[in-house]
Design a binder for this molecule. Structure first.
Ligand code: AMP
Ligand code: MG
Length: 465
Protein backbone atom coordinates (compact mmCIF):
# COMPACT_ATOMS: atom_id res chain seq x y z
CA UNK A 1 0.00 0.00 0.00
CA UNK A 2 1.23 3.50 -0.87
CA UNK A 3 -0.81 6.41 0.21
CA UNK A 4 1.20 9.58 0.62
CA UNK A 5 0.53 11.58 3.73
CA UNK A 6 -2.35 13.95 3.25
CA UNK A 7 -1.89 17.53 4.35
CA UNK A 8 -4.64 19.76 5.75
CA UNK A 9 -3.56 23.29 4.99
CA UNK A 10 -7.20 24.44 4.82
CA UNK A 11 -7.59 23.73 8.53
CA UNK A 12 -5.16 26.54 9.29
CA UNK A 13 -7.96 28.97 8.42
CA UNK A 14 -10.34 30.07 11.20
CA UNK A 15 -12.72 27.27 12.06
CA UNK A 16 -15.73 29.18 10.71
CA UNK A 17 -14.53 27.99 7.29
CA UNK A 18 -15.14 24.30 7.99
CA UNK A 19 -16.44 21.66 10.38
CA UNK A 20 -14.38 18.60 11.24
CA UNK A 21 -16.58 15.72 10.27
CA UNK A 22 -15.96 12.06 9.59
CA UNK A 23 -17.78 10.44 6.66
CA UNK A 24 -20.74 8.27 7.66
CA UNK A 25 -20.14 4.57 7.02
CA UNK A 26 -22.01 2.80 4.22
CA UNK A 27 -23.20 -0.82 3.94
CA UNK A 28 -21.15 -3.34 1.93
CA UNK A 29 -19.02 -0.97 -0.14
CA UNK A 30 -17.80 -2.29 -3.50
CA UNK A 31 -15.62 -0.62 -6.11
CA UNK A 32 -17.70 0.16 -9.21
CA UNK A 33 -14.99 2.00 -11.12
CA UNK A 34 -11.45 3.00 -10.20
CA UNK A 35 -9.21 5.37 -12.13
CA UNK A 36 -5.89 3.52 -11.97
CA UNK A 37 -4.07 6.02 -14.21
CA UNK A 38 -5.07 8.97 -12.06
CA UNK A 39 -4.18 7.00 -8.92
CA UNK A 40 -0.71 6.41 -10.39
CA UNK A 41 -0.23 10.08 -11.13
CA UNK A 42 -1.15 10.87 -7.55
CA UNK A 43 1.15 8.13 -6.30
CA UNK A 44 -1.71 6.22 -4.73
CA UNK A 45 -1.27 2.46 -4.78
CA UNK A 46 -3.93 0.58 -2.84
CA UNK A 47 -5.32 -2.94 -2.69
CA UNK A 48 -8.96 -3.36 -3.74
CA UNK A 49 -10.06 -3.82 -0.12
CA UNK A 50 -8.26 -0.61 0.89
CA UNK A 51 -9.91 1.33 -1.96
CA UNK A 52 -13.21 -0.02 -0.74
CA UNK A 53 -12.90 1.13 2.81
CA UNK A 54 -10.95 4.36 2.38
CA UNK A 55 -13.00 5.74 -0.51
CA UNK A 56 -16.35 4.72 0.91
CA UNK A 57 -15.44 6.60 4.07
CA UNK A 58 -15.81 3.44 6.18
CA UNK A 59 -12.24 3.83 7.41
CA UNK A 60 -10.29 6.99 7.89
CA UNK A 61 -6.80 7.16 6.40
CA UNK A 62 -4.52 7.23 9.47
CA UNK A 63 -3.50 10.76 10.44
CA UNK A 64 -6.22 12.55 8.47
CA UNK A 65 -8.74 15.04 9.83
CA UNK A 66 -11.69 15.00 7.41
CA UNK A 67 -13.82 18.13 7.18
CA UNK A 68 -16.75 19.75 5.39
CA UNK A 69 -16.28 23.25 3.99
CA UNK A 70 -18.55 26.19 4.71
CA UNK A 71 -19.44 28.56 1.88
CA UNK A 72 -22.23 30.71 0.54
CA UNK A 73 -23.34 31.48 -2.98
CA UNK A 74 -25.77 33.07 -5.35
CA UNK A 75 -28.11 30.34 -6.57
CA UNK A 76 -30.01 31.52 -9.65
CA UNK A 77 -29.24 35.07 -8.53
CA UNK A 78 -30.22 34.69 -4.86
CA UNK A 79 -27.74 34.80 -1.99
CA UNK A 80 -27.80 31.74 0.30
CA UNK A 81 -25.64 30.25 3.07
CA UNK A 82 -24.40 26.85 1.95
CA UNK A 83 -21.58 24.40 2.61
CA UNK A 84 -20.68 20.80 1.82
CA UNK A 85 -24.03 19.17 2.49
CA UNK A 86 -22.94 15.77 1.21
CA UNK A 87 -19.18 16.01 0.77
CA UNK A 88 -16.17 15.55 3.02
CA UNK A 89 -12.60 16.51 2.21
CA UNK A 90 -10.19 13.82 3.41
CA UNK A 91 -7.13 16.00 2.95
CA UNK A 92 -4.77 17.37 0.33
CA UNK A 93 -2.27 15.44 -1.73
CA UNK A 94 0.80 16.90 -3.41
CA UNK A 95 1.43 16.06 -7.04
CA UNK A 96 4.36 17.77 -8.73
CA UNK A 97 4.00 21.42 -7.67
CA UNK A 98 0.29 21.39 -6.97
CA UNK A 99 -1.86 20.48 -4.03
CA UNK A 100 -5.09 18.59 -4.74
CA UNK A 101 -8.12 18.05 -2.51
CA UNK A 102 -9.35 14.49 -2.13
CA UNK A 103 -13.07 14.73 -1.52
CA UNK A 104 -15.74 12.12 -0.92
CA UNK A 105 -19.14 13.05 -2.35
CA UNK A 106 -22.25 11.31 -1.04
CA UNK A 107 -20.66 10.47 2.29
CA UNK A 108 -23.53 11.43 4.56
CA UNK A 109 -24.97 14.39 6.38
CA UNK A 110 -22.93 17.33 7.62
CA UNK A 111 -23.88 20.47 9.55
CA UNK A 112 -24.50 22.08 6.11
CA UNK A 113 -26.95 19.46 4.83
CA UNK A 114 -30.09 21.53 5.51
CA UNK A 115 -32.98 19.26 4.46
CA UNK A 116 -30.83 16.88 2.40
CA UNK A 117 -29.87 13.30 3.23
CA UNK A 118 -26.17 13.82 2.46
CA UNK A 119 -26.23 10.89 0.06
CA UNK A 120 -25.74 10.38 -3.66
CA UNK A 121 -27.23 7.83 -6.05
CA UNK A 122 -25.08 5.55 -8.18
CA UNK A 123 -26.30 6.88 -11.56
CA UNK A 124 -25.57 10.52 -10.70
CA UNK A 125 -22.08 9.77 -9.40
CA UNK A 126 -21.35 7.68 -12.51
CA UNK A 127 -22.54 10.63 -14.56
CA UNK A 128 -20.07 12.94 -12.79
CA UNK A 129 -17.30 10.35 -13.22
CA UNK A 130 -17.94 9.99 -16.97
CA UNK A 131 -18.38 13.64 -17.78
CA UNK A 132 -15.51 14.94 -15.66
CA UNK A 133 -13.13 12.38 -17.16
CA UNK A 134 -14.44 13.22 -20.64
CA UNK A 135 -13.76 16.91 -19.97
CA UNK A 136 -10.22 16.09 -18.90
CA UNK A 137 -9.55 14.17 -22.11
CA UNK A 138 -11.15 16.99 -24.11
CA UNK A 139 -8.37 19.11 -22.57
CA UNK A 140 -10.67 21.32 -20.55
CA UNK A 141 -9.77 22.30 -16.96
CA UNK A 142 -11.85 20.14 -14.64
CA UNK A 143 -12.03 18.35 -11.33
CA UNK A 144 -11.32 14.64 -11.81
CA UNK A 145 -12.83 11.41 -10.59
CA UNK A 146 -10.76 8.79 -8.82
CA UNK A 147 -13.42 6.22 -8.06
CA UNK A 148 -17.04 5.38 -7.52
CA UNK A 149 -18.03 3.07 -4.69
CA UNK A 150 -21.46 1.48 -4.67
CA UNK A 151 -23.09 0.40 -1.41
CA UNK A 152 -26.10 -1.65 -0.34
CA UNK A 153 -27.69 1.46 1.16
CA UNK A 154 -30.85 2.66 -0.51
CA UNK A 155 -31.11 6.30 -1.50
CA UNK A 156 -34.62 7.58 -2.20
CA UNK A 157 -35.17 10.00 -5.07
CA UNK A 158 -37.99 9.68 -7.65
CA UNK A 159 -37.41 6.00 -7.06
CA UNK A 160 -35.17 3.86 -4.90
CA UNK A 161 -31.54 3.89 -6.04
CA UNK A 162 -28.27 2.36 -4.87
CA UNK A 163 -26.20 4.63 -2.69
CA UNK A 164 -22.72 5.58 -3.85
CA UNK A 165 -19.67 7.64 -2.98
CA UNK A 166 -17.56 9.44 -5.58
CA UNK A 167 -13.96 10.41 -4.87
CA UNK A 168 -13.27 13.74 -6.49
CA UNK A 169 -9.85 15.29 -7.04
CA UNK A 170 -9.73 19.08 -7.37
CA UNK A 171 -7.05 21.76 -7.35
CA UNK A 172 -9.15 23.03 -4.46
CA UNK A 173 -12.81 23.45 -3.61
CA UNK A 174 -12.53 27.21 -3.07
CA UNK A 175 -15.40 28.83 -4.93
CA UNK A 176 -16.54 32.37 -5.62
CA UNK A 177 -19.12 31.46 -2.97
CA UNK A 178 -16.31 30.86 -0.44
CA UNK A 179 -15.27 34.50 -0.95
CA UNK A 180 -18.87 35.64 -0.58
CA UNK A 181 -19.00 33.73 2.68
CA UNK A 182 -15.70 35.23 3.89
CA UNK A 183 -16.87 38.75 3.01
CA UNK A 184 -20.01 38.11 5.01
CA UNK A 185 -17.89 37.02 8.01
CA UNK A 186 -15.67 40.11 8.01
CA UNK A 187 -12.40 41.64 6.86
CA UNK A 188 -10.16 39.40 8.97
CA UNK A 189 -11.56 36.22 7.45
CA UNK A 190 -11.67 37.71 3.98
CA UNK A 191 -7.99 38.58 4.18
CA UNK A 192 -7.19 35.15 5.54
CA UNK A 193 -8.98 33.32 2.74
CA UNK A 194 -7.44 35.64 0.18
CA UNK A 195 -3.88 35.04 1.42
CA UNK A 196 -4.48 31.29 1.49
CA UNK A 197 -5.90 31.28 -2.04
CA UNK A 198 -3.11 33.39 -3.48
CA UNK A 199 -0.48 31.16 -1.92
CA UNK A 200 -2.19 28.00 -3.20
CA UNK A 201 -3.34 29.06 -6.67
CA UNK A 202 -1.74 32.35 -7.67
CA UNK A 203 1.67 32.62 -5.92
CA UNK A 204 2.98 34.81 -8.74
CA UNK A 205 0.56 37.56 -7.64
CA UNK A 206 2.01 38.07 -4.15
CA UNK A 207 4.49 40.65 -5.38
CA UNK A 208 1.95 42.51 -7.49
CA UNK A 209 1.30 46.19 -6.58
CA UNK A 210 -2.38 45.39 -5.99
CA UNK A 211 -2.72 41.60 -5.55
CA UNK A 212 -6.53 41.69 -5.12
CA UNK A 213 -6.99 43.54 -8.40
CA UNK A 214 -4.60 41.16 -10.17
CA UNK A 215 -6.43 38.21 -8.62
CA UNK A 216 -9.77 39.45 -9.93
CA UNK A 217 -8.31 39.80 -13.43
CA UNK A 218 -6.72 36.36 -13.32
CA UNK A 219 -9.83 34.55 -12.05
CA UNK A 220 -11.76 36.37 -14.77
CA UNK A 221 -9.28 35.27 -17.42
CA UNK A 222 -9.52 31.64 -16.28
CA UNK A 223 -13.33 31.72 -16.24
CA UNK A 224 -13.36 33.14 -19.77
CA UNK A 225 -10.97 30.44 -20.92
CA UNK A 226 -13.19 27.82 -19.27
CA UNK A 227 -16.48 28.98 -20.76
CA UNK A 228 -14.93 29.36 -24.22
CA UNK A 229 -13.70 25.77 -23.95
CA UNK A 230 -17.15 24.60 -22.88
CA UNK A 231 -18.59 26.29 -25.95
CA UNK A 232 -15.95 24.68 -28.12
CA UNK A 233 -17.35 21.23 -27.34
CA UNK A 234 -21.03 22.16 -26.91
CA UNK A 235 -21.12 21.82 -23.13
CA UNK A 236 -23.86 23.38 -21.02
CA UNK A 237 -22.90 23.42 -17.34
CA UNK A 238 -26.49 24.01 -16.32
CA UNK A 239 -26.00 25.41 -12.83
CA UNK A 240 -23.39 28.15 -12.95
CA UNK A 241 -24.18 29.44 -9.48
CA UNK A 242 -21.33 31.23 -7.70
CA UNK A 243 -20.95 28.24 -5.35
CA UNK A 244 -20.27 26.09 -8.42
CA UNK A 245 -17.61 28.44 -9.80
CA UNK A 246 -14.13 27.35 -8.83
CA UNK A 247 -11.48 29.97 -8.11
CA UNK A 248 -8.87 27.73 -9.75
CA UNK A 249 -10.78 27.83 -13.06
CA UNK A 250 -11.75 24.15 -13.14
CA UNK A 251 -15.14 22.84 -14.25
CA UNK A 252 -16.85 21.74 -11.04
CA UNK A 253 -20.20 20.14 -10.11
CA UNK A 254 -21.65 18.11 -12.93
CA UNK A 255 -25.26 18.10 -11.73
CA UNK A 256 -27.56 19.02 -14.61
CA UNK A 257 -24.87 19.44 -17.29
CA UNK A 258 -25.39 18.19 -20.85
CA UNK A 259 -23.93 18.46 -24.35
CA UNK A 260 -25.85 19.97 -27.24
CA UNK A 261 -26.49 17.90 -30.34
CA UNK A 262 -28.19 20.31 -32.77
CA UNK A 263 -26.70 23.77 -32.45
CA UNK A 264 -28.96 26.13 -30.53
CA UNK A 265 -27.59 28.99 -28.45
CA UNK A 266 -30.82 29.09 -26.43
CA UNK A 267 -30.65 25.42 -25.47
CA UNK A 268 -31.37 24.48 -21.82
CA UNK A 269 -31.54 20.92 -20.43
CA UNK A 270 -31.88 21.56 -16.71
CA UNK A 271 -35.37 20.96 -15.32
CA UNK A 272 -35.04 23.84 -12.86
CA UNK A 273 -33.67 26.46 -15.27
CA UNK A 274 -37.11 27.78 -16.25
CA UNK A 275 -35.93 31.13 -17.60
CA UNK A 276 -32.86 29.91 -19.47
CA UNK A 277 -30.48 31.75 -17.15
CA UNK A 278 -27.78 29.12 -17.82
CA UNK A 279 -28.61 28.36 -21.47
CA UNK A 280 -25.76 27.52 -23.86
CA UNK A 281 -25.37 31.06 -25.20
CA UNK A 282 -25.94 32.78 -21.87
CA UNK A 283 -22.89 31.17 -20.24
CA UNK A 284 -20.52 34.08 -20.99
CA UNK A 285 -22.91 36.65 -19.42
CA UNK A 286 -23.34 34.41 -16.40
CA UNK A 287 -19.58 33.99 -15.98
CA UNK A 288 -19.31 37.78 -16.04
CA UNK A 289 -22.10 38.12 -13.49
CA UNK A 290 -20.27 35.65 -11.23
CA UNK A 291 -17.04 37.62 -11.55
CA UNK A 292 -18.99 40.72 -10.50
CA UNK A 293 -20.03 38.84 -7.36
CA UNK A 294 -16.38 37.99 -6.69
CA UNK A 295 -15.39 41.62 -7.21
CA UNK A 296 -18.08 42.74 -4.80
CA UNK A 297 -16.75 40.37 -2.14
CA UNK A 298 -13.11 41.44 -2.40
CA UNK A 299 -13.60 45.22 -2.71
CA UNK A 300 -12.13 45.88 0.78
CA UNK A 301 -8.95 44.09 -0.32
CA UNK A 302 -8.59 46.18 -3.47
CA UNK A 303 -8.59 49.53 -1.66
CA UNK A 304 -9.57 50.98 1.74
CA UNK A 305 -11.37 53.73 -0.10
CA UNK A 306 -14.68 52.20 -1.19
CA UNK A 307 -15.13 54.42 -4.22
CA UNK A 308 -11.58 53.80 -5.43
CA UNK A 309 -11.95 50.05 -4.94
CA UNK A 310 -15.22 50.08 -6.86
CA UNK A 311 -13.65 51.94 -9.78
CA UNK A 312 -10.64 49.61 -9.93
CA UNK A 313 -12.92 46.55 -9.96
CA UNK A 314 -15.21 48.14 -12.54
CA UNK A 315 -12.28 48.86 -14.80
CA UNK A 316 -11.02 45.26 -14.57
CA UNK A 317 -14.48 43.86 -15.33
CA UNK A 318 -14.97 46.30 -18.21
CA UNK A 319 -12.31 44.25 -20.02
CA UNK A 320 -14.40 41.08 -19.80
CA UNK A 321 -16.27 41.49 -23.10
CA UNK A 322 -13.18 42.25 -25.19
CA UNK A 323 -11.15 39.41 -23.66
CA UNK A 324 -14.08 37.06 -24.12
CA UNK A 325 -14.61 38.06 -27.77
CA UNK A 326 -10.90 37.62 -28.55
CA UNK A 327 -10.74 34.22 -26.83
CA UNK A 328 -13.98 33.06 -28.44
CA UNK A 329 -12.89 34.22 -31.90
CA UNK A 330 -9.57 32.45 -31.51
CA UNK A 331 -11.38 29.25 -30.49
CA UNK A 332 -13.97 29.37 -33.29
CA UNK A 333 -11.21 30.32 -35.71
CA UNK A 334 -9.39 27.15 -34.68
CA UNK A 335 -12.55 25.08 -35.14
CA UNK A 336 -12.73 26.33 -38.72
CA UNK A 337 -8.98 26.26 -39.28
CA UNK A 338 -8.87 30.00 -39.96
CA UNK A 339 -5.51 31.62 -39.53
CA UNK A 340 -6.63 35.24 -39.55
CA UNK A 341 -8.79 36.75 -36.83
CA UNK A 342 -10.25 39.48 -39.02
CA UNK A 343 -13.72 40.72 -39.95
CA UNK A 344 -13.97 38.21 -42.77
CA UNK A 345 -13.31 35.29 -40.39
CA UNK A 346 -15.82 36.69 -37.91
CA UNK A 347 -18.44 36.88 -40.66
CA UNK A 348 -17.71 33.30 -41.70
CA UNK A 349 -18.19 32.07 -38.12
CA UNK A 350 -21.40 34.06 -37.59
CA UNK A 351 -22.93 32.84 -40.85
CA UNK A 352 -22.13 29.21 -40.11
CA UNK A 353 -23.72 29.34 -36.66
CA UNK A 354 -26.79 31.06 -38.14
CA UNK A 355 -27.17 28.27 -40.70
CA UNK A 356 -26.58 25.53 -38.17
CA UNK A 357 -29.27 26.94 -35.93
CA UNK A 358 -31.66 27.34 -38.89
CA UNK A 359 -31.24 23.73 -40.03
CA UNK A 360 -30.61 22.24 -36.56
CA UNK A 361 -27.25 20.81 -37.56
CA UNK A 362 -25.33 18.60 -35.17
CA UNK A 363 -22.61 20.75 -33.61
CA UNK A 364 -19.97 18.02 -33.20
CA UNK A 365 -20.54 16.29 -36.51
CA UNK A 366 -20.52 19.44 -38.66
CA UNK A 367 -17.14 20.51 -37.33
CA UNK A 368 -15.80 16.98 -37.56
CA UNK A 369 -16.86 16.72 -41.21
CA UNK A 370 -15.31 20.11 -41.92
CA UNK A 371 -12.05 18.90 -40.34
CA UNK A 372 -12.16 16.09 -42.90
CA UNK A 373 -12.77 18.76 -45.60
CA UNK A 374 -16.08 17.07 -46.34
CA UNK A 375 -19.32 18.85 -47.04
CA UNK A 376 -21.78 18.25 -44.17
CA UNK A 377 -24.59 20.22 -45.85
CA UNK A 378 -27.55 19.84 -48.22
CA UNK A 379 -29.28 23.24 -48.53
CA UNK A 380 -28.22 25.78 -51.09
CA UNK A 381 -27.32 28.53 -48.59
CA UNK A 382 -25.28 26.02 -46.58
CA UNK A 383 -23.43 24.82 -49.65
CA UNK A 384 -22.66 28.41 -50.62
CA UNK A 385 -21.15 28.88 -47.17
CA UNK A 386 -19.12 25.68 -47.55
CA UNK A 387 -17.71 26.84 -50.89
CA UNK A 388 -16.60 30.21 -49.52
CA UNK A 389 -15.05 28.54 -46.48
CA UNK A 390 -13.12 26.13 -48.72
CA UNK A 391 -11.95 29.02 -50.89
CA UNK A 392 -10.79 30.85 -47.77
CA UNK A 393 -8.76 27.99 -46.32
CA UNK A 394 -7.30 27.01 -49.69
CA UNK A 395 -5.20 30.18 -49.43
CA UNK A 396 -3.67 28.99 -46.15
CA UNK A 397 -0.94 26.55 -45.23
CA UNK A 398 -2.88 23.21 -45.18
CA UNK A 399 -0.80 21.71 -42.40
CA UNK A 400 -1.54 24.62 -40.10
CA UNK A 401 -5.26 24.44 -40.89
CA UNK A 402 -5.34 20.70 -40.26
CA UNK A 403 -3.53 20.99 -36.94
CA UNK A 404 -5.79 23.74 -35.63
CA UNK A 405 -8.97 21.88 -36.58
CA UNK A 406 -7.85 18.51 -35.23
CA UNK A 407 -7.15 19.85 -31.78
CA UNK A 408 -10.27 22.02 -31.59
CA UNK A 409 -12.90 19.59 -32.89
CA UNK A 410 -13.56 16.40 -30.95
CA UNK A 411 -14.73 13.36 -32.85
CA UNK A 412 -16.70 12.11 -29.87
CA UNK A 413 -18.38 13.83 -26.96
CA UNK A 414 -20.42 12.27 -24.14
CA UNK A 415 -23.72 12.28 -26.02
CA UNK A 416 -26.57 12.61 -23.54
CA UNK A 417 -28.43 9.48 -24.66
CA UNK A 418 -25.21 7.43 -24.41
CA UNK A 419 -24.49 8.81 -20.94
CA UNK A 420 -28.01 7.93 -19.80
CA UNK A 421 -27.55 4.34 -20.99
CA UNK A 422 -24.06 4.08 -19.52
CA UNK A 423 -25.08 5.07 -16.01
CA UNK A 424 -27.60 2.21 -15.97
CA UNK A 425 -25.45 -0.50 -17.57
CA UNK A 426 -21.93 -1.41 -16.55
CA UNK A 427 -20.67 -2.65 -19.91
CA UNK A 428 -22.07 0.45 -21.68
CA UNK A 429 -20.31 2.51 -19.01
CA UNK A 430 -16.97 0.87 -19.70
CA UNK A 431 -17.39 1.20 -23.49
CA UNK A 432 -18.25 4.85 -23.30
CA UNK A 433 -15.47 5.62 -20.85
CA UNK A 434 -12.94 3.95 -23.13
CA UNK A 435 -14.07 5.89 -26.21
CA UNK A 436 -14.09 9.18 -24.34
CA UNK A 437 -10.42 8.72 -23.47
CA UNK A 438 -9.45 9.61 -27.07
CA UNK A 439 -11.95 12.24 -28.12
CA UNK A 440 -9.77 13.71 -30.88
CA UNK A 441 -8.68 10.42 -32.38
CA UNK A 442 -10.36 10.08 -35.75
CA UNK A 443 -8.95 6.62 -36.34
CA UNK A 444 -9.91 4.89 -33.12
CA UNK A 445 -13.47 6.10 -32.82
CA UNK A 446 -16.46 3.90 -33.33
CA UNK A 447 -18.89 5.30 -35.94
CA UNK A 448 -21.75 4.63 -33.58
CA UNK A 449 -20.56 7.32 -31.19
CA UNK A 450 -21.09 9.98 -33.84
CA UNK A 451 -24.82 9.35 -34.05
CA UNK A 452 -26.97 11.95 -32.35
CA UNK A 453 -30.26 10.57 -31.01
CA UNK A 454 -33.14 10.53 -33.49
CA UNK A 455 -34.99 12.91 -31.23
CA UNK A 456 -34.21 14.42 -27.88
CA UNK A 457 -37.69 15.74 -27.27
CA UNK A 458 -38.09 16.33 -23.59
CA UNK A 459 -34.56 15.29 -22.58
CA UNK A 460 -34.02 16.89 -19.19
CA UNK A 461 -31.36 16.86 -16.52
CA UNK A 462 -31.82 17.12 -12.78
CA UNK A 463 -29.78 18.92 -10.14
CA UNK A 464 -28.39 17.77 -6.80
CA UNK A 465 -29.61 14.20 -7.05
P1 AMP B 1 -25.38 21.99 -6.07
O1 AMP B 1 -26.04 23.20 -6.67
O2 AMP B 1 -25.84 20.68 -6.64
O3 AMP B 1 -23.90 22.10 -6.10
O4 AMP B 1 -25.82 21.89 -4.53
C1 AMP B 1 -26.11 23.01 -3.75
C2 AMP B 1 -25.96 22.71 -2.28
O5 AMP B 1 -26.83 21.66 -1.86
C3 AMP B 1 -24.57 22.30 -1.86
O6 AMP B 1 -24.25 22.96 -0.68
C4 AMP B 1 -24.68 20.80 -1.66
O7 AMP B 1 -23.76 20.34 -0.71
C5 AMP B 1 -26.12 20.65 -1.17
N1 AMP B 1 -26.70 19.33 -1.47
C6 AMP B 1 -26.98 18.81 -2.69
N2 AMP B 1 -27.50 17.57 -2.58
C7 AMP B 1 -27.55 17.28 -1.25
C8 AMP B 1 -27.99 16.16 -0.45
N3 AMP B 1 -28.48 15.06 -1.02
N4 AMP B 1 -27.86 16.26 0.88
C9 AMP B 1 -27.38 17.34 1.47
N5 AMP B 1 -26.97 18.43 0.80
C10 AMP B 1 -27.03 18.42 -0.54
MG1 MG C 1 -22.29 22.67 -5.78
Amino acid sequence: MTLPTLSRSYLELDDVFYTSQAPHPVMEPRVYVYNGKLANQLNIDLEESEIEYYFSGNKIIPGTVPFAQAYAGHQFGHFTMLGDGRAIILGEIRCKDDLYDIQLKGSGRTPYSRGGDGRATLPTMLREYLVSEAMHHLKIPTTRSLCVIVSSDSVYREKKESGSVLTRIAKSHIRIGTFEYAAFLGLRQLRQLFNYTIERHYPELTTHANPAQAFLREVMRRQINLVVNWMRVGFIHGVMNTDNTSISGETIDFGPCAFINAYDDEKVYSSIDTYGRYSFGNQPSMAKWNIEMLADSILPLIDDDKKKAFNVAKEAISEFDDIFDDTYMEMMGNKLGLVKKDAESKKMIGELLGLMKKYQRDYTNVFFKLSEKENPFTHEDEIDWFKSWKAMISKQDPENTEKKMRSANPVVIPRNHRVEKAIRDRSEFQDLLRVLENPYDNIKYDEEFQNPPESEDGYMTFCGT
